[in-house]
Each structure stands twice: as structure tokens, then as C-alpha cells.
Design a binder for this molecule. Structure first.
Ligand code: URA
Length: 197
């Protein structure tokens, strides 16, 4: 019988051969995911940047390092507790936002990945993930930090770490402080989940 882990491997191989959109032309590598594929928390970001494209792993550049630090400060271990991926698996040129067509082309890969990881909690990292997963354009500042039921899971949008890098204040009420509060909420809900079978 094929396990979900084997299936994630198969998904990664299929993604590596993907030419469903023009981003295939400029990529060094397809960036599928990192972390624990059995984690109960799935983080979904936007798209690989330069460093991710070189290493073949999501969130390993400056944004990713900040994300890891915020997760750690909230008591979430980014290797043990989380599986991380993006709505788009190939780097858009000059780190531009993925187009609606690119989001749509990559959507079947994301849907398979969500089903295979099967995490009860999903965090959408930034406005593009919010658009790519829920189809909601804009409104991340008012929607962040709020849980919503989604396809039998609980989902929360948070601000993107690249925005936090541009707004580094840690004062109470700052974007960074709010994101830490949001991630603490995530950690609490993780801790409340019933033990896995
Ligand atoms: N790196 C990623 O992998 N995803 C993002 O959304 C940003 C940087």
C-alpha cells in the first residue's frame, strides 16, 4: 500500500516535471515543501524567492529566517511541528507576485499537498496565500489572526514575514507583535488538538 509519505514523494517528482505555466522557464528548482509531513500544522506561503529557488526549499531566505524565529518565539518548532509550502511552487521573475493564471495552474499541486499532509490547522502566510487558497483579494490586515473553518480544518491568515522585515518595530500593536500574538494562538490550538491515533 502507498503511504502518504510515498505519495508526497511522488507529488514532488511530478512537480519537478511540471510545465503547466511559464514559471517553469526561469526556475532552477521546483520548491515543494519542508518540515514534518506528518505535522498537524500546515503553513502556506506565496512563492519561492531567489534563495528558495537555489536550495529547493521554501522559506529559507530572509523571510523564512524571520518566520522560523517567530515560530520559535511562539513555541512552535519549524522542523517538528510544521510542514511548510507555498501556493506557487516556482519562483516568479524578480520576485513579483504570482499572477492569477499561475495561481490557478499550481492549484492542483497545492490541493494534493493539503490532502496528503492532512493537517487539522492551516496558516496562510500573507495576502497571496489568502488569495490563492480562499480566493479573497485584499483584507489581510483585518482577517489576520482570525480562525475560520475550512474544508474540515481550521485556517488562520497571518501577515507575511517580508512585510514584517519592512516594518521591524516590535512595539505592542506593531505588525510584528500582532503576528507573534497570532502564532501564539496557533500554538495554543495545536496544544488543544486531541492526541493523534
Ligand atoms: N519564500 C517562500 O518560500 N515563500 C514566500 O512566500 C516567501 C519567501
Amino acid at each position: 500500500m502507498t503511504s502518504d509519505l510515498d505519495s508526497l514523494q511522488q507529488l514532488a517528482s511530478a512537480c519537478a516535471a511540471c510545465r503547466r505555466c511559464g514559471l517553469a522557464e526561469g526556475r532552477h528548482q521546483v520548491v515543494v515543501g519542508r518540515g514534518n509531513p506528518r505535522a498537524r500544522l500546515l503553513l502556506i506561503g506565496e512563492a519561492p524567492g531567489a534563495q528558495e529557488d537555489l536550495e529547493g526549499l521554501p522559506f529559507v531566505g530572509r523571510s523564512g529566517q524571520l518566520l522560523d524565529r517567530l515560530l520559535q518565539s511562539a513555541g512552535i518548532d519549524s522542523n517538528r511541528d510544521v510542514y511548510i509550502c507555498n501556493v506557487v511552487k516556482c519562483r516568479p521573475p524578480d520576485n513579483r507576485k504570482p499572477s492569477a493564471a499561475e495561481l490557478a495552474a499550481c492549484r492542483p499541486w497545492l490541493e494534493q499537498q493539503i490532502a496528503l499532509v492532512d493537517a487539522p490547522l492551516v496558516v496562510l502566510v500573507g495576502a497571496t496565500a489568502l488569495q490563492g487558497v480562499l480566493g479573497i483579494k485584499g483584507g489581510i490586515t483585518s482577517l489576520r489572526g482570525q480562525w475560520r473553518p475550512w474544508q474540515g480544518r481550521w485556517l488562520m491568515p497571518i501577515l507575511h514575514p517580508s512585510y514584517l522585515l519592512r516594518n521591524p518595530s516590535e512595539r505592542p500593536g506593531s505588525p510584528k507583535a500582532l503576528t507573534l500574538d497570532d502564532l501564539r494562538q496557533v500554538r495554543e490550538r495545536l496544544a488543544q488538538l486531541p492526541a493523534p491515533l
